[in-house]
Design a protein around this ligand. Structure first.
Ligand code: MLT
Length: 249
């Protein structure tokens, strides 16, 4: 089982990801928000690449069974029902709803990975469930860290540490015959350095500091809680829904 990892999804194109097994990671905050929304009964999340597409897709159903959620610069987009704070995605707000989801990095990475054979959405809040799924599939995987558009390196420490935690958990399973690429080894090393103080790491990371500045410290605290939302969001036919079992079929 070969685990490869992409720190910077900007250059990934849809064709490269076709038929691959992919985990998309956007700890702050898209992956975390999706786990919370689906745990709270959202019917499905539809990741899109642009605000224009979000508006087009939600069309005439907007406001009834379909909500628009997402952010630009961390804040709710004008005309949307929800931002990208997991705390907004309460049962009262999302139960039974389809959510057209448009964020700066996370939904773009998910949309670009839509032709993958398996695509799971991972973060600290569901890390063990995602790893359980990877073990069950028992085939090569690409971990896609969503990163940070507009930053020079497009690197997100929290995504890399979360990916490293996945690699760490997989490496404890001797039967897997794991092969790690340089990038997955690097994430593994970052997890060794930062994995014991996740909240502190996130508070000091670039995007964590920005979110605190604009008033979202509570989101970071929620996102740091390992395995607090043990669900498996998977994409199939352009929509992300909960997968009930962790089997690989
Ligand atoms: C993104 O997709 O870029 C993020 O989830 C941004 C955010 O914190 O809302």
């Amino acid at each position: 089982m070969r685990i490869d990892l992409c720190f910077n999804p900007v250059d990934l194109d849809e064709l490269q990801l076709r038929d691959k097994n992919v985990v998309v990671i956007d700890v702050l905050r898209s992956s975390t928000t999706i786990a919370v929304a689906l745990s709270n009964g959202a019917r499905e999340i539809i990741p899109v690449e642009s605000i224009e597409n979000a508006v087009k897709i939600s069309g005439s159903l907007f406001g009834e069974v379909t909500l628009r959620g997402g952010e630009r610069n961390g804040k709710m987009i004008q005309g949307f029902n929800l931002g990208n704070s997991p705390l907004e995605y309460t049962e009262a707000m999302v139960k039974g709803k389809s959510i057209i989801f448009c964020t700066t990095n996370g939904s773009v990475a998910m949309h670009r990975s839509r032709f993958a054979r398996h695509l799971a959405v991972g973060s600290f809040v569901n890390v063990s469930t995602v790893v359980g799924f990877m073990k069950a599939v028992n085939s090569d995987f690409l971990l896609v860290c969503s990163g940070r558009a507009n930053a020079f390196s497009n690197f997100s420490l929290e995504d890399a540490v979360c990916a490293g935690m996945m690699v760490h958990k997989l490496s404890q399973e001797e039967s897997l015959n794991l092969e790690l690429t340089d990038s997955s080894l690097a994430a593994f090393a970052l997890h060794k350095t930062y994995g014991r103080a996740i909240l502190k790491m996130m508070k000091n990371a670039d995007h964590g500091r920005y979110l605190i500045e604009i008033g979202f410290l509570e989101d970071i605290k929620l996102a740091a809680q390992v395995d607090s939302y043990p669900v498996l969001p998977v994409l199939s036919g352009n929509v992300i829904r909960l997968r009930k079992d962790e089997g690989g079929s």
